[in-house]
Design a binder for this molecule. Structure first.
Ligand SMILES: Nc1nc2c(ncn2[C@@H]2O[C@H](COP(=O)(O)OP(=O)(O)OP(=O)(O)O)[C@@H](O)[C@H]2O)c(=O)[nH]1
Ligand SMILES: [Mg+2]
Ligand SMILES: [Zn+2]
Length: 355
């Protein structure tokens, strides 16, 4: 342990505090789903290190406005964590997109950009794998995100040429993102984000687009308003792009599959095509992030690769995918964000998202 004072902004409650330097750690007990506080000062060094690597710190939450929460005990060892939030209307496909994205990242999908991925918060990661990734791999239905969830979905550690960087992903329910109650805790993660992925879904052929558009207006506008003072880089992802697989120019991009090389010119060309598509559709709200933030990229992506089928006629929005999933271009919004936040370094990366 070091004696240097480390200031940390908690990604969960958005409070800033001095990271405690006492020789204690909290460990998670699976049996009763609880955390136990340990003094590790009497233990041999290797055991201390092991407990710190797998243990937690309780966030002191100085403003006292959140329920008890924990951060990985190694969280403050890394400078400059990247906190990425997903924003979109209910059922716009945020959770499917994030699941496909994180899964692909763990499958070494960022290797061609010189980045390897590990879990930083093992307990959170196991939960995310069990609840989301495994269900996704079976073609099962991922449930809509519960309202009132304030916790990060997963915390990854990205290792690249510029060092190690924790990446925290937030995925809350579209309903909470639309809440105008400023004390709504779920949307508070926006105070601490360094980048946002705005998610826009093309109309469901079986539903009317009317209410979805109004929801998107609210979710996007409220997020833009909250972020206005901080010019964070953003990406706009047109999710469920499998619905556009016969629609030019989306078809051309979808056929390319995953990219392997960072090219600012190619990202610019796709952004221009997505912009033209959204503009043509009259989806004014979906383009507002582009106008509000100086660095913005636009992408076509599909988490599932095709349409799902309702599991239960009473809940038509919960769908399963009997042919499994074929995620298409789900990493592209993340790669652009990594380039715009310096996780992927270099002159090419510096050009990404600029006019
Ligand atoms: N065709 C198609 N459908 C998708 C895709 N991704 C998600 N869906 C469907 O869209 C619906 C909503 O997806 P979610 O990922 O739960 O949406 P969400 O934005 O997280 O919703 P909330 O958590 O309620 O805000 C589900 O019925 C999915 O089956 C996709 O890539 N293609
Ligand atoms: Mg969700
Ligand atoms: Zn906190």
């Amino acid at each position: 342990m070091t004696t240097r004072e480390r200031r940390v902004r908690c990604p969960i409650c958005a409070d800033e505090f001095t990271w405690p330097d006492d020789p204690t750690v909290w460990t998670y007990k699976e049996a009763d789903d609880s955390y136990e506080h340990f003094d590790i000062s009497g233990l041999p060094r290797v055991k201390q290190d092991d407990l710190v690597r797998n243990g937690y710190r309780q966030c002191p939450n100085p403003s006292g406005d959140a329920s008890v929460h924990y951060l990985p005990a190694t969280y403050a060892d890394y400078s400059d964590p990247l906190v990425i939030g997903l924003v979109g209307a209910p059922a716009s496909g945020k959770t499917h997109l994030l699941t496909a994205m994180i899964r692909q990242a763990y499958l070494n999908g960022l290797a061609s950009y010189g980045i390897s991925v590990a879990a930083l918060d093992f307990r959170r990661h196991v939960h995310f794998r069990e609840q989301y990734v495994k269900t996704f791999e079976r073609g099962g239905a991922l449930p809509g995100t519960s309202t009132g969830v304030t916790e990060a979905a997963d915390i990854l550690l990205l290792r690249g040429t510029t060092g190690e960087r924790p990446v925290v992903f937030f995925d809350v329910s579209g309903e909470d993102l639309q809440s105008t109650d400023v004390r709504n805790r779920s949307a508070r993660f926006l105070l601490g984000v360094n980048a946002v992925i705005f998610v826009h879904a093309p109309e469901d052929p079986l539903e009317t687009g009317q209410s979805a558009e109004a929801s998107e207006n609210r979710a996007f506008d409220l997020a833009i308003e909250r972020l206005r003072a901080r010019q964070v880089p953003v990406a706009i992802a047109v999710s469920k792009s499998d619905r556009l697989r016969y629609v030019p120019p989306a078809d051309r991009w979808l056929h390319r599959g995953d990219e392997r090389v960072l090219s600012a010119a190619r990202i610019h060309a796709e952004s221009a095509d997505v912009y033209a598509y959204l503009h043509h559709r009259g989806s004014a709200a979906s383009l507002r992030p582009f106008e509000a933030f100086p660095r913005c990229t636009l992408h076509f992506a599909s988490a599932s690769g095709g349409e799902g089928f309702p599991v239960d006629p009473d809940e038509p929005e919960v769908k399963f995918f009997p042919h499994g999933f074929r995620p298409t271009r789900v990493l592209e919004p993340l790669v652009s964000i990594l380039a715009m936040t310096g996780v992927i370094p270099g002159t090419e990366a510096e050009k990404v998202g600029r006019p």
